[in-house]
Ligand binder design. Structure first.
Ligand code: ASP
Length: 463
């Protein structure tokens, strides 16, 4: 049986007591007769001192159980940089619970200079780094705070399918071939948009989900192939009621996880055209001093155009095709659609978009008109969205919602530049997964079952 464990973080309260610690060797310094090592568990680090007989065979990365006495360090040896810098453990007994090869990367520092691919190849080691452990713990608290705050406001957490039909959010779909229906495909959700609207028809009224969304896009530092959204939808509310509720929610969550009040309340509301004119962007950074870590400047951007012209398309939804036109502009829809304003809103934090949403179209006639303006033919509308239009013929309440980019919110609050620093197992810059290195070939038998053939034959398999 394992001896009763003291966590390293608790050792500061155990001076002159005997304890048993469990953890990993974080670094080791051999001073001849005496060996010094830093032992790490998830609560912290402590310096351990012992003689060669006890610690001589121990190496970096080993998992140990160490019995010993916690001692105060002489004043001149106190290290202010770590929480246990005033104490050390004098070893009496060491048990090696697991050996380790020499780790291929140093996990004692911030790790910012280590090649990304190496960090992701050995992500389970990289995550031992205190900076990333802190990020994981923060992410956990953020998720709990979100759940708590929304539940307390009467929202129900409801999960929706991942194998489903394409919902347009402006990106390419990930497709999953069906074995039972050969030649047919599921699409992984770009967002749960249509399901959450169906839940409003179902009478749920207040829904949320921390949903995984999949978008097959070219990668950037703030994008992965999959990401988490705090997805929210509610019924019988106006745009301004949605904004007020979401603002209360986000202030509560941020203040809870940061443990301090934020000052930029209430959030300013800026019309899209005004933001473009004044700040030359629809994601203005309103911080007074952007070099000040910890300053948070939120802003709502409202009154977006319903459509935009892009480099590849004459007309495209600015948000997604379920966004309601501003009723004042409805007459313009048939004549000058690019001039129509919508009921879309974005939430911006320190110059980055952290959430976007809208009041939705609930009139099937208007919804059809929008699909047509976007160039969909009747048959295609029926095939792709017939289910939603049909649902809307059975009493659809007025509704709207929003979705937050969870990873991005976590990264900004932690002061991290990339969302990869707040995700346990992110993909690398070319879309390969950490540690497991997907995508990978599958065997011919699996392809055959799916009724699929790849164009370029795998040389390993045809040889
Ligand atoms: N589905 C939208 C998105 O992923 C958010 C929303 O409109 O609620 O951006």
């Amino acid at each position: 049986m394992l001896a009763e464990r003291t966590l390293i973080g608790q050792t500061v309260n155990r001076v002159d007591q005997k304890v048993t610690l469990y953890g990993w060797v974080n670094s080791i310094r051999d001073h001849g007769k005496l060996v010094f090592l830093d032992l790490r568990d998830r609560s912290g680090l402590i310096q351990v001192v012992g003689n060669k007989e006890l610690l001589g065979k121990v190496k970096n990365g080993f998992v140990l159980a160490i019995e010993g006495k916690v001692k105060s360090r002489p004043q001149r040896l106190v290290n202010d940089k770590i929480a246990t810098g005033g104490i050390e453990l004098l070893v009496e007994k060491v048990t090696v619970l697991a050996k380790s090869q020499e780790p291929p990367l140093d996990v004692s520092g911030l790790g910012k200079k280590i090649n990304d691919d190496l960090r992701l190849r050995y992500r389970y080691l990289d995550l031992r780094r205190p900076r990333l452990r802190k990020n994981l713990e923060f992410r956990h608290r953020l998720m709990q705070a979100v759940r708590q705050s929304l539940s307390a406001r009467g929202f129900w957490e409801i999960d929706t399918p991942n194998l489903s039909k394409s919902t347009p959010e402006g990106a390419r779909d990930f497709l999953v071939p069906s074995r039972l229906h050969q030649g047919k495909f599921y699409a992984l959700p770009q967002s749960p948009q249509q399901y959450k609207q169906l839940l409003m028809v179902a009478g749920v009224e207040k829904y949320f989900q921390i949903a995984t969304c999949f978008r097959d896009e070219d990668l950037r530092a703030d994008r992965g192939l999959e990401f988490k959204q705090i997805d929210i939808e509610m019924s019988f509310v106006t745009r301004d009621e949605i904004l007020a509720l979401v603002e209360e929610f986000v202030v509560e969550v941020v203040e809870t996880v940061l443990g301090r009040k934020i000052s930029s309340k209430p959030f300013p509301k800026i019309a899209y055209q005004e933001a473009k004119k004044r700040y030359k962007t629809d994601k203005p950074d309103l911080r007074k001093n952007p070099d000040d870590p910890g300053e948070l400047a939120f802003a709502w951007i409202v009154d977006f155009p319903l459509f935009e012209k892009t480099t590849t398309r004459e007309i495209n939804p600015m948000h997604h095709p379920f966004t309601s036109p501003n009723p004042d502009d409805l007459p313009k829809l048939a004549i000058d659609p690019l001039a129509v304003r919508s009921w879309q809103y974005d939430l911006v934090l320190n110059g980055q978009e952290i959430a976007g949403g809208s009041v939705r179209i609930t009139d099937p006639k208007v919804q059809k008109q929008i699909f047509k303006i976007l160039g969909h033919k009747d048959r295609e509308i029926q095939e792709r969205f017939g289910h939603l239009l049909e649902a809307f013929s059975y009493g659809v309440p007025p509704h709207g919602g929003i979705a937050f980019g969870f990873d991005r919110l976590a990264a900004i609050l932690l002061g991290e530049d990339s969302i990869r620093e707040v995700i346990a197992f992110p993909v690398n810059a070319s879309g390969r997964t950490s540690v497991m290195e997907a995508p990978s070939r599958v065997d011919q038998g699996q392809l055959k079952e799916l009724g699929l053939k790849t164009v370029d034959e795998d040389p390993d398999q045809t040889a």
